[in-house]
Design a protein around this ligand. Sequence first.
Ligand code: UD1
Ligand code: CA
Length: 488
Amino acid sequence: MPLSDFAIVILAAGKGTRLRSQLAKVLHRAGGRPLIEHVVRACIPLGARDIFVIVGHQADAVRAIVEPLGAKAIVQEPQGGTGHALQVARAALTAGKAKYALVIPGDAPLVRTETLQALAGAHRSGSAAATLLSAVVKDPFGYGRVVRCEAGDKMADCVAAVVEEKSATEAERDIREINSSVYAFTLTPLWPCLGELQPENAHKELYLTDCVALLNQRGQRVHAEIAADAQEVLGCNTRADLAEVDGIFRERKRRTLMDSGVTIYLPQTVLIDPAVEAGADTVIEPGVQLLGSTRIGTGCTIRSGSVLTDAVLDDRVTVREYSIISASRLGPDTMVGPFAHIREGAELAARARVGNFVEVKKSKIGEGVKAMHLTYLGDATIGRESNIGAGTITCNYNGVSKNPTTVGDGVFIGSGTELVAPVKVGDGAYVAAGSTITENVPADALGIARARQTTKPRWAAERRAKSAEKLGANSAVKPAMKKAKKRK
Ligand code: UD1
Ligand code: CA
């Protein structure tokens, strides 16, 4: 059921002092996305009335991420604490006419849609003025502790207060149930409590957590739902937290792909961004990175050390070791690498093969083409079944502009050829090895552009004889020099 009586408030204005960074906390990346993007994306399927994001530090950069996703930014300036952030959101919440607010911290990106849905549902069907998501953790250090109402009390399942680490007594510090900072609030009873907040704490801030005790004082109930998976509430306050959260995202993604039929060896060494897709029976070897919007077909093999960014691979593609593929398209049964560099705008048609130390940029490589060794193809179109010899270079840049090279079908380009663009080689033509081609080669012709060879018989033997003679004449001084060299 959509949460049409809820507004969502994501808290994302803080700096994140503990990260020691120039970059605002929620802009740091884990699992291939900025933290704030994960949180907004988790909220979208809830179908809430509004998604508000409280922004402050690097507000424009945060806004640029959240607004295209349909959220609305609200500026909190200066940042007076999590309670102050909600005060700042009050006008928008009132105008939006939602009955409830779901408050979510922008720095806890692992939270799942289903968990948020369940919390909101529990709040709506219960009688509490606030329902918070808690978690029982091994090491509660740094989190607010959930202080339950006295045992024996009629309301023993309720929450009396949330106490922050720095204000906690020794006994409270031993509590392992922590506040996730995800809350569902009924708005009417929340407003007076927010108005009563005092900055009497270590940070001189208005803490949203103090509303829990204030609601209790006003005879309202606060409930806590314990998260089934404590990992989901991990906040990213330090670089170590960030690494841990990133690791969990990566693990989730690999698991999803493996469940859909992808083989991943030594999975913990493989980095896969959230939007990546891969078909069944694709094999991913250790140390591979699959980034951005990369889409891989079925039955492909991505060998060790390869990095694919925004690449599209058809079925049965083999990417051999240590190849870099960016923003390009590899047709069915193509093979690239090892050590290939397939750059933006490259398109390989079916069965094309690009070998070691070959760079391809913004080029169309026809069906069955082979360019196996030490080659640069830029701004080129290569027809089907052509062979590009070792060390071929398209000279596509004249210092001012980029120019195209067109090679027809069934062409043979000899090794060590330079194709000075703009230039065309027609269907079925040959280019002799070592040529520097500056003029078009017509179909079925031979283009040859190199100096004729001169051979000087016995030249080398005579040179050797001459040096031996010289050495003999100078032998009185030379041995000393030789020894000196050896000692080095
Ligand atoms: C907060 C909770 C703590 C809880 C923990 C869970 C408070 C006082 N404490 O602590 O009980 O266990 O989250 O992760 O709420 N923010 C603003 N405006 C501000 C201050 C913060 O938008 O003025 C945002 C931050 O950008 C962040 C979120 O609120 O995304 C939480 O703030 P943070 O400073 O990380 O709070 P914690 O110390 O983690
Ligand atoms: Ca935090």
